[in-house]
Design a binder for this molecule. Structure first.
Ligand code: PLP
Length: 407
């Protein structure tokens, strides 16, 4: 069967490919340390689970939900947003609303489906979450990537963003805290970015805030619109419960945006997936989002401990110059470009630019550690590790990585 050129433009997920190999090796009896996880391996908050349990008794939990989501949940989400980000959406001269979707990823694909005409450009900063460019391409848009380097701690310069903006730019995606680096942009960066964006009112800013609550070092993440609320009218916020409530499988996320866009998204969602899961929405209608920081406290402590161990190993191996401090989400992007593994790779295949896939494959086969190749995030010769593994296996995995890389 001949599939469409649109779907053929989408790349296969490298994460899934390596994960399949890791699972196969584990099943064959090999000890595998899987550092590819994009989710927290903890039970969700008890209050949330109890609310879901009590909603099981109501027939409405099994029926279709309103396409944009239950109004009570949308209200709860909007109120929580205003409270946590310390903004008033009513300060903007446009009206805002919220659309509940089947996860943040679904929100982003709906946004692109409603914003992009063929040839429209969307600026994406490297390293990027793998889905962004793929969804943009699927919606006939053109991803314009902005390079960053490990030396600048993956923070894109405002000048580079300025140069990337063209009359065709429809949107720019800002993801802070960030997957795959585990950093969030500084308040100064956000302010400079805001000043730039004020000069480009035709550019919509998609702020992917799915890891907002998951910072384990102060200062907490801030956003460009907080000190510059006049930017709200060109801002689209994506968030959800996957990361902050450790509930990736429940598939619930949302978009907060000016009403023109949320109405269009509701139309699109009404003809594609309809309203999101009623049971989960009903539980969240009454959920006190104020309790999230308390739920995340022990999880953040765990992430901090693993991040500190990694820092200590970099220092002990005299590699502190290629280490950076991660502060948020649960990832670290390890740079191989100045380590002995690169010389070994170059000897085997001299003309290649990116060896991240080969490095991760050998690392898995030889050392039994699975990481996600950085090539998938647009960052050659790096790999993403996840900090969620328990302390002892995490330490063992890190030791094995360094033995392998420095061999
Ligand atoms: N945005 C980023 C940066 C992510 O890393 C993820 C998930 O990995 C998402 C959005 C979407 O999450 P979900 O669709 O599970 O809500």
């Amino acid at each position: 069967m001949k599939t469409s050129s649109r779907v053929n433009s989408i790349s296969e997920s490298v994460t899934l490919k390596l994960n399949a190999k890791a699972v196969a090796l584990a099943e064959s009896g090999k000890q595998i340390y899987n550092l590819t996880a994009g989710q927290l391996p903890f039970r969700p908050a008890t209050e949330f689970v109890d609310l879901m349990r009590s909603e099981l008794d109501f027939i409405k939990s099994y029926h279709y939900s309103p396409v944009a989501g239950f109004p009570e949940l949308r209200k709860n989400v909007l109120e929580n947003f205003e409270k946590t980000r310390d903004v008033k959406l009513s300060d903007s001269d446009v009206e805002f609303d919220c659309v509940i979707s089947n996860g943040g990823k679904h929100s982003i694909s709906n946004i692109m489906g409603c914003l992009l005409d063929p040839g429209d450009e969307v600026i994406v900063m490297t390293p990027y979450w793998v889905t962004y460019p793929e969804i943009i391409k699927f919606c006939k848009g053109v991803p314009i990537t902005i390079e960053t380097t490990p030396y600048e701690f993956f923070v894109p310069s405002i000048d580079k963003i300025k140069l990337a903006i063209s009359p065709k730019t429809k949107a720019i995606i800002v993801n802070s805290p960030q997957n795959p680096t585990g950093i969030h942009y500084s308040d100064e960066w956000m302010n400079e970015f805001a000043e730039l964006m004020k000069k480009h009112p035709h550019v919509n800013i998609i702020s992917d805030e799915i890891y907002y609550e998951l910072f384990y070092y102060d200062p907490r993440p801030t956003y460009f619109y907080q000190k510059h609320p006049e930017l709200l009218k060109q801002t689209i916020i994506v968030d959800g419960i996957s990361k902050t409530l450790a509930s990736t499988g429940l598939r619930l996320g949302w978009t907060i945006a000016p009403k023109d866009l949320t109405s269009a998204m509701t139309r699109l969602q009404g003809q594609t997936t309809s309203g999101a899961n009623s049971l989960v929405q009903r539980a969240l209608m009454n959920f006190e989002f104020d309790t999230v920081p308390q739920f995340l406290e022990p999880i953040k402590k765990h992430l901090r401990e693993n991040a500190s161990y990694l820092r200590d190993v970099y220092r002990d191996k005299n590699l502190a110059h290629i280490w950076y401090q991660s502060t948020s989400a649960f990832y670290y992007l390890m740079d191989f470009s100045q380590t002995p593994i690169m010389d070994r790779m170059k000897e085997q295949k001299p003309d290649q630019v990116d060896y991240s896939f080969e490095i991760c494959e050998e690392l898995l086969e030889e050392a039994g550690v699975a990481m996600v190749p950085g090539g998938a995030f647009g960052m050659p010769n790096t790999a993403r590790m996840s900090f969620v593994l328990e302390r002892d296996p995490f330490r063992e995995a890190v030791d094995r990585i360094f033995d392998f890389v420095l061999k």
